[in-house]
Design a protein around this ligand. Structure first.
Ligand SMILES: [Zn+2]
Length: 898
């Protein structure tokens, strides 16, 4: 309700008439809209009308800063983080002056509703009675999806300027959170290159340069991550900041506003099948409320839309999924993208950037109306969700998840911090205990199921999240007809499996003395016995050791790494890879240097007084190699997949601390590579490295490898090592295994190729003839595969006997014969290879026993081929140590003369 003073003000006719000139075309008109002209529009703040120019991230921020400064009683701007390139991430919250004045209280109330253990039903009822609804509208996570970010300015302006009853009701009943730009770095990349390419007239032609972004496109963030897959692993600072912010305010509805292909229309909820089984029925009902009300307004304005197709709700790491597991209702909206000022569709019509602003604006307003009208039921359902979650967790078959944590301290620290960041309580035992018949040492971790984040912890921790069987049957039918499946993303993401950590399930609640884990991802390391006279040993037991080694090489520390396990006379057994740092090899400031590096990396170095080993090699043995400073080059640009290149660079630079020189193919072809010890070829996005690098490039890389270089191929880049007359790697890529008769390849000159001898077929023979011959294996959308580890080699140091990888795609390679190299990681047998998720039966059979990691000496150097990405989304944490070994340990094993 508005005050009378306000009404008089409206009548005084200083307000614009219906329809605003805010955008290039008027904003769609909601009932009774009357605009207060004193609220500045983009023309006044930025110098252009909304929709006439794509706004740079700095301009968007400037606009919201201006509103925040002028309307502090209705709009608050809250920074929540920083992008890799240093751009501020922020959201604004808009509400009635009354609600904004008590914002802290209202947000605290939501945190109390989110905590049903300490908030009784009666308390909840009292809170709900005075609490407005809340909607969080998140925009442009993919930086080249333009209209959502601009629409956020239209929405904010409308909410401040419109004097209608309709809008006043929304603001009285709803807190409107707007995150205008979730990915400023990617957005900046898009905008700067779009305008750098556009001509006198902006082209709507899909063939034009401005409609075809150069590599890497603006979708991803600085490290080229698709942040719309990263919400469960939080490898990127942008998502980390958001997840923290969302747990401060717990919005009831969460809209992730995107754009899709320009030939489409508009998409909103409900989502397509399959749904993740941990999403609750009551939540799916709300998706329908929102969709139906959006549809009402789209019909009113004559906009087309679709629902329930393409965008599914199975994978929990989308922006439009993750909040669901907190009890919010999350949805994706997708507008047909003009990917520039305008875009000619295949039916000849033109979709403009301003069209996108209008449609998003309507979808946002419609959603706010739903929230505003259903505020009380939404609040009630949110509390009930969290309360039911605790109760369901208490009754669950697995009441406690327990990590014995007997190895890989760094991995456990990282995983438990990650769970904590997402609102899951983890306890680390400070005393030994036993549970379900097993004894655990102090340091083990326990997670109790009876938590308000029960559904989230199930979907993150369970070894499998089952897909709907009828849906799978449909996919099998599509595949049988050689049609693409409808599985939108990977079918498995179990964090304990991807971190390669042992986890036990126990049916009882475990009473354990312990401390609650914090969000600290790396615990500072230290030196034990700093006065030890001989030096220090660092067990090679995870990424903290690898991080330490990378930093120590940069600091000039002399270290030896053991190819074999050894036992020190103090009785400690050290695994292969472990580092020995002798005082005799280093300068007088050794302790100071090591203390600094240990604190940074998390490594705990153990002081020893002698070098006497009772088993395994001594420090002076040929089985102890001196680590060498490493310079890493990586192929950058087409035909590399930007996701593969970005995640590899991220893992090397940010997880390991190893700088990377990114080199484009044109330079790589002929450059003198001798100053690099390692060259990484990321997976290709479909194009061919053989073509991009040509014979000259191939020979350059080959000669460099033979003179001592370490060539690392990721995923399908392995094909490059198989190419040429004398391939670098003696493996072969496989066709799909089939029992169909082999294709007739006899090529006698007198026989015409398009004619064969006549046949008489029965039904079975007919079916045989339909079977694909020399076809690629079917595409696998993504499952978790188990691999067996050959632990006798330095390249697998730090890995346990089995490891988990994500398997995506259809690359299957033949194992190396023993005289050509080693298959250090190989997929388990057909019955065991599937650790989690869905994979076609045929592929499962064919993948079994095939190599995941091949190592082949080549002249003085070597080739290291990961046939699947160890850096996939940077969330297969358990395999990062293998990449670290390839980068840090391999150069020490090459025959290069220094
Ligand atoms: Zn998107």
């Amino acid at each position: 309700m508005r005050s009378n003073i306000r009404r008089t003000f409206i009548l005084s006719a200083i307000f614009a008439a219906l329809g605003s000139s805010f955008t290039v075309s008027a904003l769609p008109e909601f009932p009774g809209s009357q605009y207060n002209n004193s609220v500045p529009d983009t023309q006044q703040v930025l110098g252009y009308k909304l929709g006439s120019r794509i706004s740079e991230p700095a301009a968007i921020r400037q606009y919201f800063m201006t509103l925040a400064a002028q309307y502090p009683q209705q709009l608050k701007l809250v920074p929540y983080g920083e992008s890799w390139q240093g751009r501020q991430l922020f959201y604004v919250v808009i509400g009635s002056a009354q609600n904004i004045a008590r914002l802290d209280q209202l947000e605290q109330n939501m945190r109390r509703l989110a905590d049903p253990v300490n908030t009784s039903e009666a308390d909840a009822k009292a809170l709900i009675a005075q609490q407005p609804a809340s909607v969080w509208i998140a925009n442009t996570l993919h930086g080249n999806e333009l209209s959502p970010a601009e629409s956020s300015m239209a929405l904010a302006w409308h909410l401040l300027a419109d004097q209608s009853e309709f809008t006043a009701n929304i603001l009285a009943n709803t807190l409107v959170y707007i995150d205008p730009l979730q990915n400023p770095d990617g957005h900046h990349r898009f905008v700067s290159r779009y305008y750098a390419t556009a001509g006198m007239e902006h082209s709507d032609d899909r063939l034009s340069a401005e409609q075809n972004e150069p590599w890497p496109n603006g979708r991803s963030n600085h490290y080229l991550f698709d942040m719309n897959r990263d919400w469960i692993s939080l490898t990127q600072p942008e998502n980390r900041g958001r997840v923290k912010a969302l747990q401060r305010v717990y919005p009831l509805l969460f809209v992730d506003s995107h754009e899709m292909g320009g030939d489409m229309t508009y998409y909103f909820s409900p989502e397509a099948e399959p749904y993740n089984p941990h999403i609750q029925q009551a939540q799916r009902e709300v998706l329908n409320w929102v969709g139906q009300n959006n549809a009402k307004w789209f019909d009113r304005f004559g906009y087309h839309y679709f629902t329930r197709e393409i965008f599914d709700a199975f994978y929990p790491g989308y922006g439009a999924s993750w909040p669901l597991y907190q009890g919010s209702i999350a949805m994706t909206y997708e507008m047909a993208s003009a990917r520039g000022h305008h875009y000619r569709r295949s039916d000849g019509t033109v979709v403009t950037f301003a069209d996108g602003i209008q449609r998003n604006f309507v979808a946002f307003m419609a959603t706010l109306e739903t929230a505003s009208q259903r505020a009380k039921p939404l609040l009630q359902r949110f509390y009930q969700y969290r309360k039911d979650a605790v109760a369901q967790g208490r009754k669950a078959k697995t009441r406690s998840y327990i990590f014995p944590a007997s190895r890989d301290k760094a991995g456990h620290q990282r995983l438990t911090a990650l769970l904590t960041e997402q609102g899951i309580k983890v306890t680390q035992a400070t005393k030994a205990f036993s549970a379900c018949g097993t004894d655990y040492q102090l340091g083990a971790y326990v997670i109790d199921s009876a938590q308000s984040t029960y559904h989230l912890l199930r979907t993150l921790l369970d070894s499998d999240v089952p897909m709907d069987q009828p849906f799978i049957k449909q996919q099998e039918a599509l595949r049988a007809n050689n049609l693409p499946d409808q599985i939108y993303d990977v079918t498995a993401w179990s964090l304990p499996l991807m971190f390669n950590l042992e986890m036990n399930e126990c049916s009882r609640s475990v009473n354990v003395e312990g401390v609650t884990v914090t969000e600290q991802r790396i615990l500072p390391g230290s030196l034990t016995r700093p006065d030890a006279s001989y030096g220090f040993i660092l067990p090679w037991d995870g990424m903290d050791a690898a991080r330490f080694a990378a930093e120590a090489l940069k600091a000039g520390v002399v270290m030896r790494s053991s190819d074999l396990p050894f036992t020190h006379q103090n009785g400690t057994r050290y695994p292969s890879g472990s580092l020995i740092i002798a005082r005799a090899d280093n300068n007088a400031e050794l302790n100071q240097t090591l203390e600094k590096l240990a604190a940074l990396s998390g490594a705990v170095l153990q002081g020893v007084d002698s070098s006497w080993h009772t088993d395994g090699p001594n420090a002076g043995s040929a089985n102890m190699v001196r680590l060498q400073p490493v310079k890493v080059a990586m192929l950058w640009d087409e035909p590399a997949s930007s996701l593969s290149a970005g995640s590899a660079r991220f893992v090397l630079e940010r997880e390991l601390g190893q700088p990377v020189t990114a080199i484009r193919p044109a330079q790589l072809k002929q450059a003198d590579l001798s100053r690099y010890q390692v060259l990484v070829l990321p997976a290709s996005a479909g194009g061919s490295y053989q073509q991009a690098l040509g014979e000259a490039g191939y020979n350059n890389i080959r000669h460099w490898t033979e003179r001592g270089g370490v060539l690392i191929t990721l995923g399908n880049a392995t094909n490059f090592a198989l190419s040429g007359e004398t391939p670098l790697l003696a493996s072969k890529r496989e066709y799909k295994a089939t029992d169909a008769p082999a294709a007739d390849t006899k090529d006698s000159k007198d026989k015409q190729k398009d004619q064969v001898a006549g046949t008489v077929l029965n039904t079975e023979q007919y079916q045989q003839m339909l079977k694909a011959k020399q076809a690629r294996p079917d595409w696998v959308p993504g499952f978790l595969a188990k691999a067996e580890v050959d632990q006798s080699h330095w390249l697998t140091a730090g890995l346990p006997a089995s490891a988990t990888t994500v398997y995506v795609g259809n690359e299957i390679y033949q194992p190396l014969a023993i005289n050509h190299g080693r298959n250090l990681l190989k997929f388990a047998g057909a019955d065991e290879v599937k650790a989690s998720g869905f994979v076609w039966q045929d592929n499962q059979q064919q993948i079994a026993h095939k190599p995941l990691l091949m190592w082949a000496p080549q002249g003085d150097g070597m080739v290291i081929s990961f046939t699947q990405e160890p850096n996939y989304r940077a969330y297969v944490n358990g395999l990062h140590i293998a990449l670290a070994n390839a980068v840090l340990l391999a150069p020490a094993h090459s025959g290069a003369v220094r």
